[in-house]
Design a protein around this ligand. Structure first.
Ligand SMILES: NC(=O)c1ccc[n+]([C@@H]2O[C@H](COP(=O)([O-])OP(=O)(O)OC[C@H]3O[C@@H](n4cnc5c(N)ncnc54)[C@H](OP(=O)(O)O)[C@@H]3O)[C@@H](O)[C@H]2O)c1
Length: 273
């Protein structure tokens, strides 16, 4: 048994339960042109549901739709930069015009930046662009669609990161702050939504082998989950409607991360003194 299969054991999926749960449902997946969103689209395409997949790269979305031509799901693509007010409005109008409403939102589109604070001093835009896609965009979508989800006893699934639950690591301030902002937002409104029949699920992910982690050289040799395994976890959360998923070892990671952070920042302090 390899290290990766111990750290990231495969997820058992009850296909029968998933099939009956998503049958004839409309599911919005943001950020479906690559990585986790793409893998999820391929997995859900095996069921009779309506998928609305969103991203900026239209040619990638078109290719996915073309590949899924003969699959049971109906796939609609929507090209949008979710940071752009006008394009966001277009998406929201489409969602409000759906004849059978909206059942599940998978809030997945996201951007990561790995940059030291010293290299960021003239890069305020790094902080606005990560907040725009990782925080303001999903909040904007949900403010508009909560009434739709309420009508259908719907579900919001947030593709979050374990970093939101760990002591923050250096170099990822923009990413971690923006992902944590939406994580806290969703958890803050969760009980209000649940009382009206809307389930919320936060999926806390470790490293996942997608294009997002490629620019960070150190990540290439580190154990990482496959996007297909993550897609299965997301699918499973649709019929369990559980509040959260986190890796089994996260509690140990939470303890270790406190010490690891001390080790990372101490040498810098020593240099200054
Ligand atoms: N990979 C990891 O290690 C990891 C770990 C924890 C959590 N996550 C989270 O998982 C989610 C998916 O990431 P991934 O790993 O699958 O990365 P990815 O392959 O880079 O996918 C990111 C997706 O977001 C879309 N996107 C980015 N900016 C957008 C914008 N302005 N408007 C619309 N769509 C936009 C991208 O499409 P276009 O470029 O075509 O617009 C792409 O489809 C993210 O929220 C990320 O924070 C990832």
């Amino acid at each position: 048994m390899g290290l990766e299969s111990i750290i990231f054991p495969p997820t058992y999926l009850n296909r029968k339960k998933l099939r009956s749960h998503v049958n004839r449902k409309t599911i919005l997946i943001t950020g479906a042109s690559s990585g986790i969103g793409e893998a999820l689209t391929y997995q859900l395409a095996n069921y009779s549901c309506h998928l609305i997949i969103v991203a900026r790269r239209e040619e990638k979305l078109k290719k996915i739709k073309e590949n899924l031509n003969k699959f049971p799901a109906t796939v609609n693509i929507y090209k949008a930069d979710l940071r752009n007010e006008h394009e966001m409005e277009g998406l929201l109008s489409l969602l409000h015009a759906l004849p059978n409403g909206l059942d599940i939102i998978v809030s997945n589109a996201g951007k990561s930046i790995n940059r030291s604070i010293y290299d960021s001093l003239d890069r305020y835009h790094d902080f606005t662009r990560t907040m725009n896609i990782n925080y303001f965009a999903p909040v904007n979508i949900l403010l508009s669609t909560i009434p739709l989800l309420k009508k259908n006893n719907g579900q919001i699934i947030n593709i979050s990161t374990i970093n939101a639950l760990l002591a923050p690591v250096p170099y990822f301030a923009a990413y971690q702050a923006s992902k944590s902002a939406f994580d806290v937002w969703l958890r803050s409104v969760s009980s209000e939504l649940t009382t009206e029949g809307i389930a919320t699920t936060s999926i806390y992910l470790p490293l996942v082998r997608t294009p997002m982690i490629q620019p960070t050289i150190a990540y290439r040799s580190m154990p990482a989950m496959s996007p297909e395994n993550v897609a299965t976890i997301i699918c499973k959360s649709m019929y369990t409607r559980r509040k959260k998923y986190q890796p089994w070892w996260l509690i140990f990671g939470q303890i270790l991360s406190v010490f690891a952070r001390r080790l990372t920042i101490l040498p810098k302090k020593e240099k200054k003194e």
